[in-house]
Design a protein around this ligand. Structure first.
Ligand SMILES: [Zn+2]
Length: 142
């Protein structure tokens, strides 16, 4: 698969992929917490990182017809949510170009990262190294 470039988010309140712990979005980018996805509660974000987009698909959602793309973790390929490519209702236009992450597919900050640190016994200051351990990527891959 070649080199994988991962973006790292600074600060408190970072949402990460539940499976591989790669950063996905910052709480500062949350537009709304009042969304629901396939797995329950979901958040609307202004921007996210480390994702791949699926093809455009037209879907009828609660709020009408939208063109959306599924979004996948660029590290482990787990589906994380979707992106609104186009909204057909005028009242829904604000969602265009924005991202939904499903809460159940995320972990926020955290306890799990701390656990990985303890298990490995490494004193790691940067988050990149922690991901490397959590996702099984060696430092030379980064
Ligand atoms: Zn992942």
């Amino acid at each position: 698969m070649g080199l994988l470039f991962l973006e790292r988010l600074e600060g408190e309140g970072v949402f990460r992929c539940r499976r591989c712990r790669v950063d996905a979005a910052s709480k500062d980018a949350i537009i709304s917490r009042d969304f629901f996805g396939r797995t329950g509660r979901a958040y609307l974000f202004d921007h996210v990182v480390n994702i791949c987009l699926g093809p455009n698909e037209d879907r009828y959602l609660v709020t009408g017809l939208h063109t959306v793309n599924d979004i996948y973790c660029s590290c482990c390929q787990q589906i994380l949510g979707w992106r609104y490519e186009k909204a057909y209702e005028q009242s829904e236009k604000y969602k265009e170009g924005k991202y939904i992450l499903e809460r159940a597919r995320m972990v926020k900050d955290g306890s799990v990262v701390g656990l990985v640190e303890n298990t490995v016994g490494a004193k790691v200051s940067g988050k990149v190294e922690i991901w490397a351990i959590a996702s099984g990527i060696t430092a030379s891959d980064l």
